[in-house]
Design a protein around this ligand. Sequence first.
Ligand code: CTP
Ligand code: MG
Length: 237
Amino acid sequence: MNNRNIVAIVPAAGSGQRMQSTLPKQYIKIGQSTILEYTLQKLLSLPLISQIIVVISRDDRYFSTLSVANHPKITLTYGGDTRSDSVFAGLLLADDDSWALVHDAARPCVSHHDIEQLIKTVFAQNQGGILATKVTDTIKKSLDHSQLPLPQIAQTCDRQQLWAAATPQMFKVKLLKECIHKAKLQKIALTDEASAVEFCGGHPLLVECQRDNIKVTQKEDIPLAKLYLYEQGYIEI
Ligand code: CTP
Ligand code: MG
């Protein structure tokens, strides 16, 4: 019987440069709770997830003040300079035979339904996969504008096969650890877990999710996250 133990890994060690706030964005409050608390609430309420490893920065002064700081399912560790360093640090605490469900602290609006859909699909296929949305915008590729005063269009991309990667991303702990390690040795920049597995020749599954699973990145994302959390019944406006 395959091991179906799921450990969530939540990278929360970033400083949120693009948010331009003194507080790291995962600690910004929306309504009564911080972004990280909503994210953890979503994961804590899924019985399929046995443990949550939260990866924080060495300088973090905020996690201990959260309502969930002493939750028995939560284990803390310290992250690194990049997101993949932080995920790797979390993976070091997980059992090799478990499944890792990596979810950004900055995605508080993910729905239970979408997380469950990912888990169901990955188990049914016995293959790692990620939540993603189909690209609906017309996507332009720019000329290399290092030499130009303004960006200019080089071409329009065919969006037929284009997806925007989200999280959670779910892989066997051992595989993910090995792939991130290999990619790092070759100095490959990784922006998500799937790209590490792709680097090792894998073809992770794409599981379509709702568009409310936004990554809170810039200031204008906050009111949007608030609206989605309200619609999901997490806050009152
Ligand atoms: N993250 C992390 N360790 C890092 C960098 C990022 O754990 N060294 C986490 C962030 O806390 C976030 C998730 O990875 O939950 C996604 O990264 P991103 O949205 O890029 O967050 P930041 O890196 O904090 O933001 P920015 O890139 O604007 O600085
Ligand atoms: Mg970042």
